[in-house]
Design a protein around this ligand. Structure first.
Ligand code: ZN
Length: 291
């Protein structure tokens, strides 16, 4: 972790003269929300409302980085994100449907009200969530930028694409869990996902909540949550601005959601939940439906 951090600081210092430009929309007017290690800043773009870390990393750097092993800091714990289970562990995990790992089937079911649909999990790591979705009856596949992790998914019988070009075009729902905050250009992902969804298709993104209400509640964690691994720190304002012409349901929570509220969403309205200070932001939208 220390070596990773030193490399990041050296890179940030070398990049400090980089042109200040929003990685999402290329605009050049920002507010500074936070600073770290003298050389890194969290800016909010005045145009697209994205909170992003400056200096930014190049696309090619990020692509190479996610092929490698890396670790992540979560407030007070450091986790080896890229660790893969042994074959022996895997057999036990498959038997109990990866119990203990977050299962997205209830979210999908609440939104689609159906047990059969085509689902893509974008940024699915080695695919346990794809396995769970398949167990729930969905026609599910994954996408993972790390070819090593995508390859590993074959061990549990799930299909994981490591190139966007091979992803099917007719998904009913694309979900990404804690992936969007790592991406070099969020808007490119949303455009890509829209082309891979049917007209009425749903895009779901879970990510850390960068909203000011969460910052007021947990200032220390807000400060920890952006940086090396999280170049984007999305908030409710960014989500509602990005999907301003589309139906959406935007919620924040501490990992438990009110499924009744999700079920009730009519797929046509724009709704922001009352709770804004949750640890996690959940963005649900229909990017191909214009209202
Ligand atoms: Zn912008």
């Amino acid at each position: 972790m220390l070596q990773q951090k030193i490399q990041y600081l050296v890179r940030s210092t070398l990049n400090i003269t980089q042109k200040k430009q929003c990685p999402n929309c290329s605009h050049t007017k920002f507010d500074c929300l936070d600073t770290k290690y003298l050389v890194t800043r969290l800016y909010k773009c005045k145009f697209c409302k994205l909170n992003f870390r400056f200096p930014v990393d190049s696309k090619s750097f990020l692509e190479a980085f996610y092929q490698s092993k890396y670790k992540a800091n979560y407030s007070d714990v450091t986790r080896e994100i890229t660790e893969l289970p042994t074959d022996e562990d895997l057999i036990g995990m498959m038997k109990n449907n990866f119990y203990g790992k977050r299962n997205y089937s209830p979210f999908v079911k609440a939104l689609l009200k159906s047990d059969s649909a085509k689902i893509l999990d974008y940024g699915c790591s080695w695919g346990y969530s794809v396995f769970q979705l398949k167990q729930a009856g969905y026609d599910a596949e994954g996408f993972e930028i790390s070819s090593a992790r995508a390859e590993f998914g074959r061990k549990i019988g799930v299909n994981i694409h490591d190139k966007q070009s091979t992803v099917k075009n007719d998904n009913d729902l694309i979900l990404s869990s804690h992936a969007i905050e790592h991406l070099p250009v969020v808007s490119e992902y949303i455009r890509f996902a829209a082309t891979k969804l049917v007209h009425d298709g749903i895009l779901i993104s879970f990510c850390p909540n960068g909203s000011p209400e969460f910052r007021a509640r947990e200032p220390k964690n807000f400060h920890v949550n952006w940086g090396l691994l999280h170049p984007n720190y999305l908030d409710v304002e960014f989500a509602s601005h990005t999907f301003r012409n589309n139906p959406y349901l935007i919620l924040t929570d501490d990992w438990r959601y009110n499924f009744e509220q999700i079920e009730k969403w009519d797929g046509r309205s724009q709704i922001v939940g009352e709770k804004l200070d949750g640890q996690e932001l959940l963005i649900i939208a229909k990017p191909n439906v214009i209202i």
